[in-house]
Design a protein around this ligand. Structure first.
Ligand code: FMN
Ligand code: SF4
Length: 640
């Protein structure tokens, strides 16, 4: 497929972009704690420009002191201009286009940084922030409107080519637009026209300060996805009003904090999740449309553009995974583009955990100025044992640096647990990504030996200088009476379809991600499933963006759950559990164990005994998330 539309120039107002790729605004956690620009933020943006991206929209920058927080960019005071100027210059000097997203968080931000209450149209708390907001007076409404214009002018003075007003995701402008969060009875509440007035006044104030030719974009949620929130038809009407107020382009997303996953849609949403909404808004307006949300291949981007559904494509997480997305597309190297599986683990979840956004598959993201991968000083013979994600990453990086790398994989497949994870509902992309890691390792020159168990003889025959052990983990089977019964299966084998469960009634022991995925598969097969969990909550280990789906599935299917409960005995047709001292007998024909994992340490012990230099990584050290395995593989690959 050709990518002529995607790679062709496009215009937003007076601004010309060299192609249709946009790096959308993504709160990174990289700014300094005081809201000024850091070198880390600059390096991260410049890297995406070097990868060929048409326009970088820099993340949320606060317009007013009532919307601030640690490591959130500031644009509410002139003292932020020098740093913003450095960032804009760096993006432009690298050949890019710099746009700044200006933002007020409204009720979706805490009041504690300024020792007050968050400001909002009405005194209705956000379900996530849980702080009762202060209902803004008319004077305060006017003050904040003016602060958007002032911030836009600062961005212009700092050298940004454009600004984007954040009118999406439940933040202040969107909060005004939605009747569930705006119950005002003045000219800013009531009818849709009144609720959109705040956004329109912001646009007009910005326009009056930056001038008629300066490109002004607006991001909006085409659907709020909460009860009482706007739907597409409302968004179309609001978009028309915003256009009339003077914006040059719209950037379409969806969701808010009450429907958080929609804002950064995980793998259980369809690809191109916002494209239909964008196309409908485009039909009803006459300004360029940018669309975001699970557009991760050049083919999909080209299809959206060439069929006129949108004019520009936001490539967010995929450019965290692979900053060279555009370059590789232009150079006909599409197969080399690193996959983004929409897991949210390494990017948005990590950012909210305070580590800064990055990517499971690319630990260099966010550490561009810190890590350089250099050729190996001495070419060594490296043996990697284990072809899961950690082993493949270590092998690829070491091989790219010039080492002579052999990889032993005892099965016939590369990708390890990640390949199997792809058998879980909606997670086929995980298998693709696992296979792609194998492809990249082999392309880098790794000599992959499948169906090859690491024996002392084989290791001695190869006589490596360094051995990297990435043998992963096996399911942990706790010593419960009856655990060896024929009706007991481990959850991974249910997910991978290695085990077929005949029984109609099933008890799943363990309510973490693996247990929940097995439960979902079995429920879809028509079985009556119950879940037993030792902790005080089902899905306690699940990430913020993944949890709503899994918990939603349990709720929707009325799956009985037993928390604070321990399995104490397994019989042929029952499971005995102890729930805080109370014994319960659950009837079932099969028991599925999802009780965690144990490191495979035997190979590491053997290699050490043979006297080779040995590095153990990933689950073989301690069962953990795939990010830890891949990042450990990357680190050892670039340091040996
Ligand atoms: C780490 C992270 C931070 C984000 N922060 C913002 C933000 O500051 N402003 C915004 O409008 N959207 C934000 N988003 C949403 C993205 O701009 C984008 O719409 C979303 O990731 C979907 O696009 P994608 O599938 O291409 O990643 C963020 C997303 C991520 C992953
Ligand atoms: S961490 Fe997951 S969702 Fe985020 S960019 Fe990487 S692959 Fe995509």
């Amino acid at each position: 497929m050709g990518y002529s539309t995607f790679l062709s120039p496009g215009k937003i107002g007076t601004l010309e972009l060299k192609n249709r790729a946009v790096f959308p605004p993504m709160g990174s956690g990289f700014p300094n704690l005081d809201g000024t620009v850091s070198k880390r933020l600059i390096d991260y943006h410049v890297r995406r420009v070097q990868g060929g991206c048409g326009m970088n929209i820099v993340e949320i920058a606060s317009v007013h002191y009532t919307s601030q927080g640690p490591a959130i960019l500031g644009a509410y005071d002139d003292r932020f201009i020098p740093g913003l100027s450095e960032l804009a210059s760096a993006i432009k000097n690298a050949g890019g286009v710099a746009c700044l997203q200006i933002w007020h968080g409204g009720r979706q931000t805490s009041g504690s940084p300024f020792n007050g209450q968050p400001w909002a149209p009405s005194s209705i708390p956000c379900p996530l922030i849980c702080e009762t907001p202060h209902s803004m007076t008319i004077d305060e409404v006017k003050e904040v409107i003016a602060s958007y214009g002032d911030a836009a002018l600062r961005a212009k003075k700092a050298g940004f080519d454009a600004i984007e007003i954040h009118g999406a995701h439940g933040y202040l402008i969107d909060c005004f637009l939605n009747p569930y969060s705006n119950t005002r009875s003045d000219e800013f509440g009531g009818s849709l026209e009144n609720r959109a007035r705040f956004g329109c006044e912001v646009i007009k104030d910005v326009r009056s300060k930056v001038g008629k030719d300066y490109p002004v974009l607006m991001r909006m949620s085409a659907s709020e996805n909460v009860s009482g929130g706007i739907v597409l038809q409302d968004a179309i009407e609001a978009a028309k009003l915003y256009e009339a107020a003077g914006i040059d382009a719209l950037d379409i997303s969806q969701g808010c904090y009450g429907a958080m996953p929609y804002t950064v849609p995980p793998y259980y949403y369809p690809i191109g999740v916002n494209v239909y909404n964008a196309s409908q808004i485009k039909k009803n307006t006459s300004i360029p449309m940018i669309v975001a949300g699970r557009i991760t291949t050049p083919d999909l981007a080209e299809e959206i553009l060439s069929t006129g559904k949108a004019d520009f494509i936001s490539l967010g997480r995929i450019q965290l995974a692979d900053p060279d997305f555009v370059k590789k597309t232009a150079e006909d190297r599409v197969d080399d583009i690193i996959k983004c599986v929409s897991c949210d683990q390494g990017c948005v979840e990590r950012m909210f955990q305070g580590f800064g956004a990055s990517c499971v598959f690319n630990p260099l993201t966010g550490r561009e100025g810190e890590i350089t991968v250099t050729p190996a000083e001495n070419k060594e013979k490296v043996l990697v044992i284990g072809g899961g994600p950690g082993g493949l990453e270590a092998a690829r990086v070491a091989s790219e640096r010039g080492h002579d790398v052999t990889l032993f994989e005892k099965t016939v497949k590369l990708g390890g647990q990640y390949l199997l994870a792809g058998f879980a509902p909606n997670k086929g992309v995980f298998s693709d990504a696992a296979m792609h890691m194998g492809y990249r390792a082999q392309k880098a020159g790794v000599d992959v030996k499948l169906y090859t168990t690491a024996t002392p003889e084989r290791i001695k025959a190869l006589n490596p200088d360094v051995v990297i052990v990435a043998t992963g983990s096996d399911p942990a089977m706790p010593p419960i009476p009856g655990i060896k019964n024929a009706n007991v299966f481990e959850a991974r084998s249910v997910i991978s379809t290695e085990s077929y469960i005949e029984a109609d009634k099933v008890v799943v022991i363990g309510g973490g991600l693996v247990g929940l995925e097995a439960s979902e598969i079995l429920t879809e097969q028509g079985k009556k499933v119950s879940i037993v969990e030792m902790l005080d909550e089902i899905g306690k280990d699940l990430e913020m963006y993944i949890k709503p789906y899994s918990i939603g599935f349990i709720t929707k299917h009325n799956i009985p759950t037993y928390i604070k409960s321990k399995c104490v005995e397994i019989g042929d047709s029952y499971v005995l559990i102890d729930r805080e001292g109370e014994q319960l007998k659950l009837e079932c024909g099969a028991v599925i164990m999802a009780t965690g994992a144990r490191s495979n340490t035997a190979v590491a012990d053997m290699v050490k005994e043979l006297g080779y230099e040995c590095h153990v990584i990933g689950d073989a050290v301690k069962p953990s998330k795939v990010l830890d395995a891949i990042w450990a593989g990357n680190e050892i690959g670039r340091t040996i």
